[in-house]
Design a protein around this ligand. Sequence first.
Ligand SMILES: Cc1cc2nc3c(=O)[nH]c(=O)nc-3n(C[C@H](O)[C@H](O)[C@H](O)COP(=O)(O)OP(=O)(O)OC[C@H]3O[C@@H](n4cnc5c(N)ncnc54)[C@H](O)[C@@H]3O)c2cc1C
Length: 427
Amino acid sequence: MANTPYPQSYYAASANPVPPRPALQGEVETDVCIIGAGYTGLSSALFLLENGFKVSIVEAAKVGFGASGRNGGQIVNSYSRDIDVIERTVGPKQAQLLGQMAFEGGRIIRERVAKYNIQCDLKDGGVFAALTSKQMGHLESQKRLWERFGHNQLELMDQKRIREVVACDSYIGGMLDMSGGHIHPLNLALGEAAAVESLGGIIYEQTPAVRIERGANPVVHTPQGKVRAKFIIVAGNAYLGNLVPELAAKSMPCGTQVITTEPLGEELARTLLPQDYCVEDCNYLLDYYRLTRDKRLIFGGGVVYGARDPANIEAIIRPKMLKAFPQLKNVKIDYAWTGNFLLTLSRLPQVGRIGDNIYYSQGCSGHGVTYTHLAGKVLAEALRGQAERFDAFAGLPHYPFPGGQMLRVPFSAIGAWYYSLRDRLGF
Ligand SMILES: Cc1cc2nc3c(=O)[nH]c(=O)nc-3n(C[C@H](O)[C@H](O)[C@H](O)COP(=O)(O)OP(=O)(O)OC[C@H]3O[C@@H](n4cnc5c(N)ncnc54)[C@H](O)[C@@H]3O)c2cc1C
């Protein structure tokens, strides 16, 4: 049987110890079978277990194998498309409900970390960095928008002020969000998995769901077993493949790449990011970076539509890092990896129900660390019969990519090229 390891990332190399989690052999019965042990699956499992459900998770590889164990670790509020876009798409009533939830994911992470004593290097403070006056104008309206929904931990920064928190001369200003921040993402997932198990949940690793038998009593089939459940939650996101064909049609896996430097030493690290905030710029294809506990710089950026693995990740990302921080030109890169996130055409999450008993949430299109934690809560509420918040997400419209499965990759790449050209030219 296949034994899929973690990619060779900094996170895998610095992961907290984990117990062995055997594959499923034979037949089991549970209330809820969750497919995928990333944040969506683990957060759902925790909320369900806390509410008395029996839960089993089947994970094709290992806990946090997907985006949840590979991401930039940035706690970013709201959604990949902001509440004003949602307002224009679905109207004020539904947008009001979604806006009220836009800052909840970060709170859930902090509650989880505190309640289950998860060791994941949680730090407060995230910066949005503007490269153009148009981007600065956008941050000013974003601050007004978020304040309208109750967020009061935001500070606009002019050029002088942002230089105090990031040693990069390219920025003309920015916005600091003290309820943003960063974590070691794989250790957060592993801590949540341990919490799931402490509440009696079972996680089967190296156990891909290969078929879902739909009907009144659904069954998840795996290579050497099956799980009979009252409900199924599909949480495989960009790694799901074609297990649920109606979901694959309206989303597209995309790759994004991350590099990690050798340890920089306290002094150099402090000159780059004196307060240890994480940073993302405001470009359409954005760069994001932060320090680790052992003072390396983790730097990510770029998107590969269709999720092909690039041959030389360092060659793609290092020049971006040096553009932001030329002072790192002699620093060695110790790790480079790629991971997949799931893009939807609207860049809003795809949430819903198939029949009465198969639920899903996927496609948060890049910013998913906070949203996936919220999604787990909202899915659990729906399974308990309180579906108002679930319905607000489920009502977001979704469309197939232009060009279908054949042409969605080149069409999206052309769209992204257009938007990054606009970023470069500042219009
Ligand atoms: C490189 C990278 C950097 C990112 N940086 C950030 C960031 O800094 N901040 C931010 O907010 N977001 C970031 N994101 C996005 C964020 O990581 C994701 O939105 C989020 O982790 C998605 O979580 P998930 O649980 O839905 O999916 P995943 O974490 O991908 O988990 C899905 C899991 O399902 C399993 N699975 C799939 N199919 C099956 C099957 N058939 N049977 C069983 N198991 C299955 C997979 O093995 C996987 O473990 C980044 C993403 C990437 C790839």
